[in-house]
Design a protein around this ligand. Structure first.
Ligand code: NDP
Length: 331
């Protein structure tokens, strides 16, 4: 039985990852750390978590926990990961992994040195629809991929309109929130790395000192160009991803959610075919791969290195918009 301590009394833990841990036969949520004593207590009661700590050091000193899930705001991930690794705990960390490349590199290195697993919660990698698209690409269904388009503009729910829209120092803004997922998804689907980006950002009334819309074009090391549209301000766009290759195109609609939904269509010289996909719990899939990795069976769905690479692309996207010119993506 692997027992988890939660670092951060967050919504994503409550509605995504706690149920995902509880869906596993060999894992349990034992404790939670919150920096707000009263809220932490109420959260532990609501989520039925046996132990609550207001000191991270105390949670990490508990020999009963082997793993932590970090879902605090983004500026805290770095220091909390280093502490947890040095305490010998395996770490499932939320995206973006950190706020800078130097921090991300240090997280990966310290976890390696401590001999603990570092995973990044890029949940989309566990979606049945998206895994099917990856399989189609890998088995040559579209030939050589030429271009991709990601549509991921949403209207940010009111209960999420806090640090995401007004706290740049916490990693607010749509790029570190959504573009980082989209780049990670493209890396996963294409088995290729983004090497440069050019982007524009938008301030359409929701973001205070952070962008609330972004359009970016990434060039990948296999020559593919990917266009990525993200926003907090667009109510009715829906979401989707398209992969266009020499022999065919894959068009997926409604596939970029917290749950495994959406339709996948393959279009080629034979016509159009609706592709069957399996539904899966995205967070449960990520937790399962993390637990397996702890037990020496394979790799996490997204490793610390994946978190670092996808964050590097998102940071370059921000820098491109700020500088008004293309940016190389450097790890
Ligand atoms: P929340 O805003 O719910 O929580 C973040 C932190 O804010 C908590 O750790 C908590 O601090 C504090 N907090 C929460 N609610 C309140 C409140 N009512 N009053 C005061 N403070 C509060 O964050 P999210 O769940 O939206 O996101 C957390 C992390 O997870 C981020 O890194 C985000 O990018 C990532 N995320 C990932 C998703 C995915 O699909 N992979 C989806 C959504 C988020 P404390 O713990 O000290 O009490």
């Amino acid at each position: 039985m692997i027992q988890f301590g939660l670092i951060g009394a967050s919504q994503i833990a409550q509605f995504g990852v706690i149920p995902a841990i509880r869906a596993q036969a060999d894992a349990r949520v034992l404790s939670v750390f919150s920096s707000h004593p009263e809220r932490g207590k109420a959260y532990a009661e609501t989520c039925q978590i046996p132990k609550v700590f207001n000191s991270l050091d105390e949670l990490l000193a508990d020999p009963e926990i082997q793993a932590v899930y970090i879902s605090t705001t983004n500026e805290l991930h770095h220091a909390q990961t280093l502490k947890a690794a040095r305490a010998g705990k395996h770490i499932l960390c939320e995206k973006p992994l950190a706020m800078s490349l130097a921090q991300g590199r240090e997280m990966v290195q310290v976890c390696q040195e401590a001999g603990v697993v570092l995973a990044t919660n890029h949940h989309l990698r566990n979606a049945g629809t998206l895994r099917k698209i990856r399989e189609l690409i890998q088995t040559g269904a579209v030939g050589k991929p030429i271009a991709a388009r990601v549509f991921h503009a949403v209207y940010l729910r009111e209960d999420l309109q806090s640090w995401r829209i007004n706290k740049p120092q916490a990693g607010g803004g749509v790029v570190l929130d959504i573009v980082v997922h989209d780049v990670d998804l493209l890396r996963f689907l294409l088995n290729a790395e983004p090497i440069e980006v050019t982007s524009f950002s938008q301030h359409f009334g929701m973001g205070e000192n952070v962008e609330d819309g972004s359009m970016a074009v990434f060039r990948f090391d296999n020559g593919l160009l990917a266009q990525v549209h993200t926003a907090f301000t667009v109510r009715y766009a829906g979401n989707g991803i398209e992969i266009h290759g020499t022999e065919g195109s894959i068009i997926a609609k409604g596939a970029l959610h917290q749950s495994s939904t959406g339709e996948v269509l393959l279009r080629n010289a034979q016509g159009e075919q609706v592709i069957e996909t399996e539904s899966a719990d995205l967070h449960a899939g990520g937790v399962r791969r993390f637990l397996d990795a702890i037990q020496g069976k394979g790799m996490p769905a997204a490793t610390g290195e994946d978190g670092l690479r996808s964050m590097a692309a998102a940071l370059a996207c921000l820098e491109s918009a700020r500088m008004g010119c293309k940016q190389a993506i450097i790890i």
